[in-house]
Design a protein around this ligand. Structure first.
Ligand SMILES: O=C(CO)[C@H](O)[C@H](O)COP(=O)(O)O
Length: 181
């Protein structure tokens, strides 16, 4: 896969993310503090990586900043990009399966090498449409509707009677089967 990776800080863990992705066979293009001459700030660096996804130059992005919050916000401003800030493997898998995320936002502050590996395993091992149900698909489609009609909340694609889902069962099981009913 072609992965655009950005960071606003040239931190060892950000470099480790790049190396880990390459080790897994991905073609990585770096942005921000990871590339000479790029503007490093989180809004700019994450935007650059997200635009690579939106343009088709990259399949997915990994956007990093100290908290991961700013990078995820910037990436999500780019139409067509669905960035998810994930601090654990369970969230990473859910973001891919249930929300069809195409950008992984990471907190440089929270990441260790071990956690990074777990999150990347879950992200890339998750079947793209795993146990995604009709309501998930409606939600994902609605993200596109929000982008194209931001002033018309809920219309016209909202399902008529959304079902209230129960909360997922507690527990980690990042790479395992769905815990959601
Ligand atoms: O986590 C972040 C944004 O969500 C940034 O990495 C953090 O705020 C540091 O950025 P700056 O050096 O520009 O203040």
């Amino acid at each position: 896969m072609r992965i655009a990776v950005s960071s606003d800080m040239d931190e060892p863990i950000a470099r480790q993310a790049v190396e880990e992705l390459r080790r897994r066979g991905h073609a990585v293009e770096v942005f921000g503090a990871l590339r000479d001459g790029d503007r490093a700030d989180w809004a700019w660096s994450a935007e650059a990586a997200a635009r690579a996804v939106a343009s088709g130059a990259a399949d997915q992005a990994v956007v990093c900043c100290w908290t991961g919050a700013g990078a995820s916000m910037a990436a999500n401003k780019v139409p067509g990009v669905r960035a998810a800030l994930c601090g654990d493997a369970y969230s990473a898998r859910g973001a891919r399966v249930w929300s069809d995320a195409n950008a992984l936002a990471l907190s440089l502050r929270l990441l260790s090498g071990g956690l990074l590996g777990e999150i990347l395993d879950a992200w890339f091992d998750a079947a793209a449409d795993g146990d995604r149900d009709a309501q998930d698909r409606a939600n994902i489609a609605h993200l596109g509707a929000i982008e194209s009609a931001p002033s018309a909340p809920g219309a016209p694609d909202a399902p008529p009677a959304p079902t209230v889902k129960s909360a997922p069962a507690a527990g980690p099981s990042a790479g395992g089967a769905s815990e959601r009913s």
